[in-house]
Ligand binder design. Structure first.
Ligand SMILES: Cc1cc2nc3c(=O)[nH]c(=O)nc-3n(C[C@H](O)[C@H](O)[C@H](O)COP(=O)(O)OP(=O)(O)OC[C@H]3O[C@@H](n4cnc5c(N)ncnc54)[C@H](O)[C@@H]3O)c2cc1C
Length: 401
């Protein structure tokens, strides 16, 4: 079998790899995408979930020309409401105070994936290896050699690892990662409620973990529900009949949306934080979950990964013929460091602050939510960070492309 020579090979066609493939299609570079699952809609990330896309992600997708197609079935998030079970402190954020029409959009994950895939195919030029699995990787001075499970070899100046939290590229290069198992799973489903959500995304912290209800684009009384569940209780909550699950979820969430009257299919996702110790290695960049995989409590994982994608597009836009040159890889890592540390740190602190049961911390948490609601500078900082518009945002996220 002949080796194929390319500029860029993206390993992994989940949400992040597919976003980059769509962004590079038509760029004039010779790009290949390797994805293990076939058809792509069966890959781990192409499931029934909705993903809350923040304002920066909207701008990035607008810049890539895919936004309008993916939001047809989405629900705008006009406000958020964060509270703690049994406490009065509440933090609220509204689109009005941010001067925006929406803080974000809750978009069916399949709609994101389908739109990206269609865009990549429509622009043409991307070599697809799907289903195919990266098996081996050898790094040379001028290029990398990738071997697929079919025995096919590819040569590329740059390899982009978008192969998820258990990255095979990371493993093959023996790059360490820091892993923290939260001993929790997120149970995800849909609920119909008796009261309208009016575009508000709710998150309520309970001693067992947060429960979130986000508007879903099917009328104004359907929400996606994400219920963080201690590992020991996951099987039990999945085995409950709908009535028992609804009763327990209502008890945890409270009555802000009235009663829960209908439930969708339940799916559980074990939660861990996995941070790659490097964002680049010779001829290789890491993006999305391959770079950092976060707890979904703050709905930041994909939003952050999409800013990785936008930063790759930025550095490649000024690259010469050698798009895997060391300086370019270092530039990417430097651009991503602060955003990544800030979001990963914020997310982890949020999980740990609210998931322990130490009595003294309860008052602090309550004060924290109140302070957040009342102190404008603090509130602004959190708001802009969650919108993905902190400093150093890539050009696409600033609407500058
Ligand atoms: C319950 C839950 C809710 C979430 N909600 C939100 C949210 O509201 N907002 C948000 O921003 N984020 C959210 N996230 C995070 C988001 O889902 C992830 O950040 C995102 O899906 C990561 O995408 P990825 O493409 O980097 O990785 P993955 O989705 O893991 O994709 C990796 C891909 O690589 C492929 N692959 C793996 N190994 C190989 C190989 N050797 N060869 C070829 N291909 C390979 C896999 O088949 C897969 O398709 C949530 C996560 C969870 C668990």
């Amino acid at each position: 079998m002949n080796a194929e020579t390319l500029d860029i090979v993206i390993v992994g066609g989940g949400l992040v790899g597919a976003s980059l493939a769509a962004g590079l299609a038509g760029s004039g570079r010779r790009v290949a995408l390797i994805e293990a699952a076939a058809p792509p809609q069966t890959a781990p990330s192409w499931d029934e979930r909705c993903i809350a896309l923040n304002h920066a992600s909207r701008r990035i997708f607008e810049g890539l020309g895919v936004w309008d197609a993916m939001v047809a079935d989405a629900a705008p998030i006009r406000s958020t409401h964060i509270s703690e079970q049994g406490r009065f402190g509440v933090a609220r954020f509204t689109a009005d105070e941010a001067g925006l029409d929406a803080l974000g959009h809750n978009v069916p994950l399949r709609a994101i994936g389908r739109t990206l895939w269609d865009r990549m195919l429509a622009l043409g030029g991307t070599r697809l290896y799907c289903p195919a699995r990266l098996q081996a990787l050898a790094i040379g001075d001028e290029q990398a050699e990738l071997t697929l499970d079919s025995g096919q070899t590819l040569h590329a100046r740059l390899v982009i690892a978008a192969d998820g939290a258990g990255s095979r590229v990371r493993e093959l290069l023996q790059i360490a990662s820091e892993r923290r198992d939260y001993a929790q799973s997120a149970i995800v489903t849909a609920v119909r409620t008796t009261r309208s959500h009016r575009g508000c995304a709710y998150e309520r912290f309970t001693p067992d973990g947060p429960i979130a209800l986000l508007p879903k684009g099917e009328g104004d009384k359907t929400c996606s529900l994400v219920w963080t569940t201690p590992a020991d209780d996951v099987d039990m909550r999945l085995a409950w009949g709908d009535a028992a699950f609804i009763a327990a979820a209502e008890q945890a969430f409270g009555e802000r949306l009235g009663r829960f009257v209908e439930l969708g299919r339940r799916q559980a996702y074990p939660l861990a934080r996995v941070m790659s110790e490097a964002l680049q290695a010779p001829r290789v960049l890491f993006i999305g979950n391959a770079a950092q995989s976060l707890h979904p409590v703050a709905a930041q994982g994909f939003n952050l990964g999409l800013r990785d994608v936008a930063a790759v597009i930025d550095v490649l836009s000024v690259a010469g013929d050698d798009c895997g040159a060391a300086a370019l890889l270092q530039d990417y890592a430097a651009r991503r460091r602060d955003d990544r540390e800030r979001i990963a740190g914020f997310t982890d602190r949020l999980v740990r602050l609210f998931s322990n049961r130490v009595p003294g911390l309860r008052g602090l948490r309550h004060l924290g939510l109140l302070a957040l609601d009342l102190a404008p500078p603090l509130k602004d900082a959190v708001l802009w960070q969650n919108l993905g518009l902190g400093s150093e945002a890539p050009s696409l996220a600033r609407g500058a492309r």
